[in-house]
Each structure stands twice: as C-alpha cells, then as structure tokens.
Design a protein around this ligand. Structure first.
Ligand SMILES: Nc1ncnc2c1ncn2[C@@H]1O[C@H](COP(=O)(O)OP(=O)(O)OP(=O)(O)O)[C@@H](O)[C@H]1O
Ligand SMILES: [Mg+2]
Length: 285
C-alpha cells in the first residue's frame, strides 16, 4: 500500500525553468528510498513540493491517502520532517540545544520530554559535546548534523533529507547513514534522501528513483539501478566505484563475474570465490 504518493507533479519556477515534469512516485511505509540526480536534476524541488513548500502545477501529493493540500501545517509537520540542503536556511536559534529544542517545544511537549528528545537527538548525531555552542561557531558538517538532530527530535513518521551527507567527512557520512538506517529498520520511520552520492547508497536504500532534468527516468532497487555503466549513461551519474572496478575486470579482463556487486563486502566475496582455494586458503567470513 502506497504511503507517500505524488501524482503527475510538475513545477515551473517564476523565471520559466521547468524543474519537475510529470513526476509520479509511490513510497511504502517503512521504505528507505533515494532520489538520485545530478546537479539541477530537480531533487530539491521535488522534496519541497512533497513537504508543501512549493505548490505543484499540476499535480498532487498525498500521505496515507490524504492530499497534503487538505492538511494544516501542524499536521503536516508532525508527519514529515524535512532537512534542508543548506544548514543556513534551517538553523536560526543562538545555540545548538535551543535549535534542536525548537521543534519538540513547538509540538507542545512538556519541558522534561523536550530535554530528553534534545539529548537523544544530539546523541544520535554525536554532538552532545556541542550542546551549548553557538550555531555560528560550528563547522559546516556539525551544522548539518544539528539540522538532522532538530528533525529527529520531532520524531516524524517520514524523514526527508536533502543531501544529508554533502560536506560531511567520511566518518560522519557513514554515521549519519547508519543512524538513518537504524531509525528506518528499528522504528519503522520512512526515510527519503536526495543525493548524487552513489557509493554508500546500496548499503541502505531499498529503492531508488533517478531523475534527469526534472523527469523520472528510472525506478528500481539499487541492483537494478546500478546494473551497469550503461544504466547510468545519460543521467550524468556513475556506478559505485566498487561496481565499476568489477565491471572493468569483467569487460576488459574477461573475469567471470555475473551481477555487479555494489558493496565492498559483496565484491570481496565474489573475488575470493574466483581465487583457487589452494593458492590462498581464503574463506569469506
Ligand atoms: N528559485 C529558483 N528559480 C529558478 N530556477 C530554479 C530555482 N531553484 C531551482 N531552480 C532550477 O530548477 C532546476 C532544479 O533545481 P533543483 O535545485 O531542484 O535541483 P537539485 O537536483 O536539487 O540540484 P543540486 O544537486 O544542485 O542540489 C534547476 O535547473 C535549477 O536551476
Ligand atoms: Mg538540491
């Protein structure tokens, strides 16, 4: 049963740029979905129409079979949490903890609950030690993590994140994706991320929508999306590097690989399987 749906969304900015063109998507409750597109592909515009910040023309968005146009802002923001691409557009309170507390306080929760939500959210993004810090003294990556904490603290049913890992160091990138993965698997939160970063995506995403110039050009599992370089042609994206390596070994060196592995773990297992046991005595763990 589709939980979050868009029907025939189109959107044109005032200057005439057509940013979305007839986009229909359908996301199940509890899915972890990615919107993948190169720069200018329409990811941010799509997320903004889903949260009601931009009004599609034509088109509609519904959650749980109810059009969002019939929901008030409080109802919509209790269902959807949106992390903007740029922290400067999202953060406004003087300190980290005040910013993260804003959402839950606005939801009318009592102060003890607000404090515990703030602690929990800052723990999740590993920023407890910065709780009292002024926002403007944080690094870009830390600000990004405060944005994510602010939305997590509201415990929404659906999390939409615009480029959540852009500008983060490798450890923070992996941490954030693991936090999102845990929220998705353990708490059943539906997670949608917009990104053009492909390497870690296969570890987390159930499904990927690929956009090009505002049009939907593909919808499938990571395995279907990254089946070969060919599937990424024309969308200005690339395969995960590990899949690219195996594809080259397959095509240029005639190594007998079937389906491309998308993660280091899968690639390792496939590579070990090709090496005669008596040579290396390796067993994949
Ligand atoms: N306020 C605006 N006015 C006019 N055109 C805009 C505006 N915002 C975005 N666009 C255009 O709409 C198209 C889609 O932009 P959008 O920001 O949705 O893409 P994106 O996939 O999020 O890109 P990025 O990866 O760079 O964040 C682009 O051609 C962009 O130039
Ligand atoms: Mg964007």
């Amino acid at each position: 049963m589709a939980y979050l749906m868009t029907k025939n969304l189109s959107y044109r900015y005032e200057d005439g740029t057509k940013a979305l063109d007839d986009v229909s998507i359908s996301i199940e409750k509890g899915e972890f979905v990615g919107f993948l597109a190169s720069n200018g592909g329409g990811k941010t515009t799509l997320l903004k129409t889903i949260v009601g910040l931009l009004k599609p023309k034509p088109g509609s968005v519904s959650i749980d079979n109810r059009p969002i146009s019939e929901m008030g802002r409080p109802e919509l923001s209790s269902k959807i949490g949106f992390v903007l691409q740029n922290p400067n557009d999202q953060l406004f309170a003087p300190t980290v903890e005040e910013d993260v507390a804003f959402g839950p306080r606005n939801q009318g929760l009592d102060e003890d609950e607000v404090v515990s939500r703030v602690q929990e959210a800052l723990d999740l993004v590993d920023l407890q030690s910065c709780a009292k810090k002024p926002i403007h003294r944080l690094s870009f990556g830390q600000q990004k993590r405060v944005c994510i904490a602010g939305v997590l603290a509201m415990k929404p049913e659906i999390l939409l994140l615009d480029e959540p890992t852009a500008g983060l160091d490798p450890k923070s990138e992996s941490n954030i994706l693991h936090v999102l993965g845990r929220l998705n698997k353990e708490q059943g939160i539906t997670v949608v991320i917009a990104t053009h970063m492909v390497d870690l995506m296969p570890l987390f995403l159930d499904r990927i929508y690929v956009l090009k110039e505002g049009r939907l050009v593909m919808n499938g599992t990571p395995k279907e999306t990254f089946a070969s370089t060919h599937t990424m042609e024309g969308v200005d994206l690339r395969l995960p590097y590990i899949a690219r390596l195996i594809e080259e070994l397959k095509q240029k060196d005639s190594m007998p690989f079937g389906e491309l592995p998308l993660t280091v773990k899968d690639a390792r297992i496939k590579l070990i399987a090709l090496i005669p046991k008596e040579v290396f005595k390796l067993e994949p763990k």
